[in-house]
Design a protein around this ligand. Structure first.
Ligand code: MLT
Length: 266
């Protein structure tokens, strides 16, 4: 694990491989470890950087509410520190919200971007209530109990009892989330704005990856745009966690996207 100080915040990241740069952003209560089955395969052909977002993993977890914009600024700053001017950015779930904010304001940094089990929609009123409940549960019961409740719902119902090793691994990663980091991030998601227009107006290559049985973000909340620049894929037999439920399918989709981008450029 390496790190860089960006605007006074230490941002940790894992780096592997050489070539054009691909940045992978994890979701809520995850870390760069979420990509452990994906990063080595992509790194055979690309330079792959997996940061820990603010409040997660080994990155700083300041107290208080975060914003999605702040998390995107952390990534922009990290990439500037690394001297990488252009990259392809793929975000899982909350990481996708961060990718959209970055694409909205720093499109000139991107070769393309993508959402994996994520959405351009903001939180509904009901979801906003749930964020407050999450913060209160984390405060009263602690992060371990919160993660125990959260993780099974991330997997496709049919995978919860069969992929026990993977479910336990995702819990193990989740337990390490600093409680103030999980709360700060939950509040950032609560306040995020509608960014479907970023998806519909971009001319950059855009990858949208949905899980066939995602109980958190159903396909129709992701596939909100069409266009020659948009590549859509549905991962069979996966819920919200294809990087654990079907990593080979996910890697094949990402490589297909990256290769099409490479061809279009040359
Ligand atoms: C995530 O996996 O990042 C979260 O489930 C996203 C969300 O709660 O909106």
């Amino acid at each position: 694990m390496d790190n860089k100080v960006v605007n006074g915040t230490t941002i940790a990241y894992q780096e592997q491989g050489e070539g054009e740069t691909v940045v992978l952003l994890h979701g809520f209560c995850g870390s760069s470890a979420y990509w452990e089955k994906v990063q080595p395969l992509l790194a055979e052909q690309y330079r792959v950087i997996c940061p820990d977002l603010r409040g997660h993993g080994s990155t700083d977890a300041p107290m208080g509410a975060y914003t999605i914009e702040q998390m995107a600024d952390d990534i922009v700053g990290l990439m500037e520190e690394l001297g990488i001017e252009k990259y392809t950015l793929l975000g899982h779930s909350m990481g996708g919200y961060v990718a959209l904010s970055l694409a909205q304001r720093y499109a000139f940094r991107l070769n393309g971007f993508g959402l994996i089990h994520s959405t351009g929609y903001p939180d509904s009123e009901e979801a906003k209530e749930k964020r407050l409940k999450a913060v209160s549960t984390i405060g009263s019961e602690g992060i371990t109990s919160f993660i125990e409740g959260l993780v099974p719902g991330l997997f496709a119902p049919e995978n919860v009892d069969t992929l026990t090793e993977e479910v336990n691994r995702v819990k193990e990663i989740g337990y390490k989330t600093p409680p103030q980091g999980a709360s700060g991030a939950a509040l950032s998601m609560r306040e995020r704005i509608d960014r479907r227009d970023v998806m519909s107006s971009t001319t950059l290559p855009l990858l949208l990856v949905a899980g066939e049985s995602d109980q958190i973000i159903p396909l129709e909340r992701l596939f909100t745009t069409e266009g020659d620049n948009v590549m859509k894929a549905v991962i069979k037999g996966a819920g919200h966690m294809s990087m654990y439920e079907a990593p080979d399918q996910l890697v094949a989709v990402i490589l297909d996207f990256l290769r099409k981008m490479d061809k279009a450029e040359h």
